[in-house]
Design a protein around this ligand. Structure first.
Ligand code: 5RP
Length: 245
């Protein structure tokens, strides 16, 4: 199953980049935001192939994480800050993965703890594109994959109380091969928040409302609900077919 999903991720990512080039949404000289994770990486690699074979030139990339910056450096894709003169705070397109995708294309992101830069890039992109394997489509958000919330460490306990009052069960994300909590690329902590399904087994949440409510808690830096820039979604149906939503 795991390797099937790996193949689906690669298929969706490569199909999306080629299709977006065909449709003129990825083009030479453009400013492009590049996502984080195991589905975004094959998209970054496909972009590098298209630069290498001469299909694309003068691409200016902004990376959503150290992972993506390092991959771009290894592949020779020029990386800029959002604040660089060449980027000037806005992008033509951003392409990224997601942890959950609802039928109205609201998302949970941040499984790789990169949600802050991912959202800055997604919300400042003219076109937002998601690439995903078939496991990411869900009926409702927040009851299976926990919502990541990036927080200032000093506010951990007060934020946990506020999130609990919103019905969430927050858990501090622990590091792997590192003692103690995950520290994000921005020096913050992550609380992963799960909600209980209602009596019909559905999500009780309105993600657009919850995105704003959670960001109103003092000490919250950002949360992983993405509802404000509705993406084009390339989602693998199986190892051979990609659906565009
Ligand atoms: C990282 C993200 C990723 O896009 C999300 O976790 C999906 O990851 P993957 O493509 O590895 O399943 O939001 O912060």
């Amino acid at each position: 199953m795991k390797s099937d999903l790996g193949e689906e991720k690669k298929l969706a990512a490569e199909f999306a980049v080629d299709d977006l080039i065909k449709k003129g949404l990825i083009f030479s000289g453009m400013k492009i935001g590049l996502g984080t994770g195991s589905t975004a990486m094959p998209a970054v690699r496909r972009l590098a192939e298209r630069i290498k074979d001469g299909t694309l030139s003068q691409i200016k990339a902004v990376a959503t994480s150290f992972q993506t910056t390092i991959e771009c450096e290894n592949l020779g894709i020029p990386v800029f800050s959002m604040n660089a003169r060449e980027i000037n705070g806005s992008l033509d397109l951003a392409i990224d993965g997601a942890d959950e995708i609802s039928p109205d294309k609201h998302l949970i992101k941040g499984g790789g703890a990169a949600l802050l830069l991912e959202k800055i890039i997604a919300y400042n992109a003219g076109t937002f594109v998601i690439v995903a394997d078939s496991s990411k489509a869900v009926d409702g958000l927040g009851i299976k994959f926990p919502l990541p919330v990036e927080i200032i460490p000093e506010a951990r306990t007060s934020i946990i109380r506020r999130l609990e009052s919103l019905g969430a069960k927050p858990t501090l994300r622990e590091g792997v091969r590192k003692a103690g909590p995950v520290i994000t690329d921005n020096g913050n902590l992550i609380l992963d928040c799960l909600w209980e399904a209602d009596e019909n087994g559905r999500s009780p949440l309105n993600p657009a409302e919850m995105e704003k409510l959670i960001n109103g808690i003092t000490g919250v830096v950002e949360n992983g609900f993405f509802t404000c820039n509705v993406p084009i979604v390339y989602i693998a149906e199986n190892r051979e077919k990609v659906q565009v939503r």
